[in-house]
Design a protein around this ligand. Structure first.
Ligand SMILES: C[S@@+](CC[C@H](N)C(=O)[O-])C[C@H]1O[C@@H](n2cnc3c(N)ncnc32)[C@H](O)[C@@H]1O
Length: 294
């Protein structure tokens, strides 16, 4: 590349799509490198439309670390042993998408309640991309509705992102987001904040005690958090995470889920996730619900 071309490329890397000057140069090679890294570490496939999102989220890491170029940051991320495990984790946290809500895809919950009544108190459930906790707590409320407050059924809630797990463990939400549960559940399962906590709610201890939060990367070869929880689980919620994985990764993760899900157990997936090509392990049992074959 000639000196003029190189200068032109450097200038372009310093501009946003609408011509504003960026705080840090962000060249196409930097974006490609981020893509490779997050794919290798979390299975997340970032498409071209995520370029600005990646820039803005990782710029915060550069700022926090006092590093003035993406090249240096990525080099250290890949090769510097002094770059701590915590920073590796913060890189992943920065690039996950955590959108969720209480009783999202509500048709799953009556089906879960019926299923729990047949399984009874010993049921062990796994929520595999729990994000900030709204989904696992919706499952826990359903467990109480189906089995009663004294139930010994339990739920493991896992995610790759340690920030969202901390929010889940705290169990504190804005009242307007908890209102999606409906007034009767709001009264039964939440405590309302007073004074400076006005406008916030907290899950009651009888709901929180059913849920255990733990980090788990679906891509990892072993899932120690799950092994420590139960040899086999009765139902898995793995919703709206496989959409970030490519087909081979989806199949690998589904094969592993099939190994930990009890025959006859249920797999709940997201509205745009279709795994009918995994007929050797699962049969479709309802809208986005699969049964582990016996
Ligand atoms: C869009 S949220 C979906 C949350 C929830 N399941 C729902 O449907 O509302 C996707 C979640 O998947 C998590 N995630 C992404 N890659 C993951 C991986 N390799 N292992 C475990 N969790 C992952 C993200 O951190 C994020 O919290």
């Amino acid at each position: 590349m000639g000196a003029r071309d190189a200068l032109g490329e450097a200038l372009l890397a310093s501009l946003t799509a609408d011509g504003a000057i960026r705080e840090y140069a962000f060249a196409p090679q930097d974006f490609e490198r981020v893509r490779r890294l997050i794919y290798a570490r979390a299975g997340i496939h970032l498409n071209d439309t995520k370029r600005n999102m990646v820039y803005s989220r990782l710029s915060r890491r550069l700022r926090a670390l006092g590093i003035d170029s993406f090249g240096v940051y990525l080099e250290r991320l890949e090769h510097d042993p002094a770059f701590t495990a915590q920073e590796q984790q913060l890189f992943i946290n920065a690039l996950t998408t955590n959108l969720t809500s209480f009783f999202r895809e509500p048709h799953h919950f009556p089906l879960l309640a019926d299923f729990l009544r047949t399984r009874g108190d010993g049921a062990r459930l796994w929520c595999a991309a729990a994000s900030t906790g709204e989904e696992p707590y919706s499952i826990a409320m359903t467990m109480i509705e189906a089995l009663g407050e004294g139930t010994s059924a339990r739920l493991l809630a896992t995610d790759i992102d340690t920030h969202v797990l901390a929010t889940g463990r705290a169990g504190v939400y804005r009242l307007d987001s908890a209102q999606q549960c409906g007034e009767p559940r709001l009264r039964r399962f939440f405590l309302r904040g007073r004074g400076s906590n006005e406008g916030m709610v907290r899950l009651r201890p009888e709901v929180a005690r059913l849920v255990e939060f733990a980090p788990l990367n679906l891509l990892d070869e072993t899932w120690p958090a799950l092994r420590g929880f139960a040899p086999l689980v009765d139902a898995v919620f793995c919703r709206n995470v496989m959409i970030y994985f490519d087909k081979p990764t989806q199949r690998r993760v589904l094969a592993r889920i099939a190994q930990v899900l009890r025959p006859g157990g249920l797999l709940f997936v997201g509205h745009s996730e279709n795994f009918t090509d995994c007929r050797e392990w699962f049969a479709l049992r309802g809208k986005t619900v699969y049964e582990r074959l016996r």
